[in-house]
Design a protein around this ligand. Structure first.
Ligand SMILES: [Zn+2]
Length: 257
C-alpha cells in the first residue's frame, strides 16, 4: 500500500467535477470504465450507518448531496488534509456513487454485505453505496469515515497490519459521527468507546479474521480511541511503531461478519 509521493497529484474541493458530464458515470471525478478489484483486495469499509436504507432513489440526488456535504467545515477540512500534494495515498478518482445491492458491475460478494462504503487505494477512489443510506446524515458519516481511512492509510503506511487496520477503524467510528450518541442508543446502551470498539471489530474481522480482529481492537483501543488527529491539534497521535502488530495479517477467503 505504500506509494511514492506524486507532487501535484490529487484533487482539491475546488477541482471537483460537478458538471453533467460526470453524471452518467456516477462519479465526482474519474472514469466509469474502471475495473473493480477482486474482493480480497478491497481494503477498508464501513458498515452501513443504519438498517433503514433506500433514502436515495437516484444516484444523482445522492451525488448532489455529497457535493454539498464536501463544503461543510469538518468534511472540507478532512478533504483538504487528504488531497494536499505531499500525500502518499491518493483519491485521484474521487467519489464513486453506486446502488451497491443491484449494480451488476459491483463485485457480487460485496452486493451481499451491508456496507455503506469503502475506500480502495488501488483504484484510488471511495465508493459510496447510495442505496444503503438512511438519510443525508448517514451519507455524511460514510463519506467522512472513508476519508479518514484515506488519511490514516497515508499516515500508517501499511494497513494490512491488523493492529493498524483496527486502529483506523476505531478512529473512523469514533471521529466521524457513528458513536456521537452511543449512550443514547438504548438497544445497546454502550459507551462511546465500546461503540467504537464493536464497530471496529466488525469492520476488521473480514480481513483479519474474527479472533485476530478481537485481539487487535482490544490491544489498540486505549491508544487509538484517544488519537483525534487531524481534528484536534492537542490530541496525542499514536506511536505507530508501538501499536503495530508487526505484520500480522490473516487474509480470509470470505467476508464473514
Ligand atoms: Zn472503516
Amino acid at each position: 500500500m505504500n506509494r511514492e509521493q506524486s507532487p501535484s497529484e490529487g484533487f482539491s474541493s475546488s477541482s471537483l467535477n460537478t458538471s453533467s458530464e460526470s453524471e452518467q458515470h456516477n462519479e465526482v471525478t474519474g472514469s466509469s470504465n474502471q475495473q473493480h478489484e477482486p474482493l480480497e483486495q478491497l481494503p477498508l469499509m464501513s458498515a452501513a450507518p443504519s438498517n433503514v436504507f433506500n433514502y436515495y432513489r437516484s444516484i444523482e440526488k445522492c451525488r448532489r448531496d455529497a457535493i454539498e456535504i464536501l463544503t461543510e467545515s469538518k468534511v472540507n477540512f478532512l478533504l483538504k488534509e487528504i488531497t494536499n500534494t505531499n500525500r502518499r495515498v491518493h483519491i485521484r478518482k474521487g467519489l464513486d456513487f453506486r446502488f451497491c445491492t443491484t449494480d451488476p458491475e459491483h463485485p457480487s460478494a460485496l452486493r451481499e454485505i451491508p456496507i455503506g462504503g469503502y475506500f480502495n487505494p488501488i483504484q484510488e477512489n471511495i465508493t459510496i453505496c447510495c442505496d444503503r443510506m438512511a438519510n443525508p446524515g448517514a451519507l455524511k458519516e460514510t463519506m467522512s469515515h472513508e476519508m479518514l481511512h484515506v488519511y490514516d492509510m497515508a499516515r500508517f503506511g501499511d494497513l494490512s497490519d491488523c493492529n493498524l487496520r483496527a486502529c483506523a477503524e476505531i478512529r473512523a467510528y469514533n471521529l466521524t459521527g457513528t458513536c456521537d450518541n452511543a449512550h443514547k442508543q438504548s438497544q445497546y446502551n454502550y459507551s462511546r468507546e465500546e461503540c467504537a470498539r464493536i464497530h471496529a471489530l466488525l469492520s476488521t474481522a473480514p480481513m483479519c479474521g474474527p479472533i485476530q480482529a478481537e485481539h487487535s481492537t482490544k490491544t489498540v483501543l486505549p491508544h487509538c480511541f484517544n488519537d483525534h488527529t487531524p481534528f484536534d491539534p492537542k490530541s496525542q497521535p499514536v506511536n505507530i511503531e508501538k501499536i503495530s502488530s508487526k505484520g500480522v495479517f490473516k487474509r480470509t477467503s470470505r467476508y464473514d461478519f
